[in-house]
Design a protein around this ligand. Sequence first.
Ligand code: ZN
Length: 144
Amino acid sequence: MQDDLYREIILDHYRNPRHRGSVEDASGRLEATNPLCGDELTLTWRVADGRLEAIAFTGRGCSISQASASMMCDELQGLTASEALELGGRFRSMLTEDGSSEDIGDLEALQGVRAYPVRIKCALLAWSAMMQGLGGREAGREDG
Ligand code: ZN
């Protein structure tokens, strides 16, 4: 039994993914794969006035990777890039460094993944893509 891994909210996001699709007029787009599990994900987002006005994903893979992407998009919409990166850091810390699951909302449901190291990459797939995408954008310079 893996009740702690497949919590009801995770199954719900897997069966009824939120923010599935592609954002129009996207500010950024990133593809991510997890060869260990066969998960594939494409993330698109649009930033307006410094905030993530829209974020969406397409892809296929295991329930953990898809549910995590759906929950991530839910949580990130409306945040600033730095807030999104900060939340991503806390989420990653919860899974990989015994970090706190407080103030992390529904994402706490994914804490059970921590007990299954091979699935951590599944849960982090969308988050790593987001952090790479937003981090790169912030660090990048537009020299014309
Ligand atoms: Zn997976």
